[in-house]
Design a protein around this ligand. Structure first.
Ligand SMILES: [Zn+2]
Length: 122
């Protein structure tokens, strides 16, 4: 098994950076970047694209080009829902408003916020 991938962005080889220059003499080219395959499975930052694209900009160029076919793999035609339990909570809030002298005054008021107190992710 190969331990390298080529960057999958079809335009990777058109970006003018010195690390992409290959060839000798007058036969220079800009070449697609090669990516060393790394076992990222246990890396907290692993997103899944790192072994296929040389940088996030190349990943998004690929997504932009193929997004219609990518979403066709697993289309979402209706929303999903997660059952939750909520709690309404009253709290003291404030805002600032101009008084008759043109000064700001802090005005307190009671407000209500919704807290999610339980999530069922089954
Ligand atoms: Zn690339």
């Amino acid at each position: 098994m190969s331990s390298y991938n080529w960057c999958h962005n079809p335009k990777c080889h058109t970006y003018q950076t010195t690390d992409r220059i290959r060839g000798s003499g007058d036969n220079k080219v800009l070449r697609t970047r090669r990516i060393k395959i790394t076992d990222y499975q246990n890396a907290y930052y692993y997103q899944g694209w790192e072994n296929h694209f040389c940088r996030v900009a190349c990943f998004f160029a690929y997504v932009k080009l193929h997004v219609d076919r990518i979403v066709a793999i697993a289309p979402v035609r209706e929303p999903s829902e997660t059952p939750i339990k909520i709690e309404k909570e009253k709290y003291e809030s404030y805002r600032y408003k101009h008084d008759n002298n043109g000064d700001y005054q802090r005005v307190s008021f009671q407000s209500t916020r919704t807290k999610i107190i339980g999530v069922n992710n089954d």
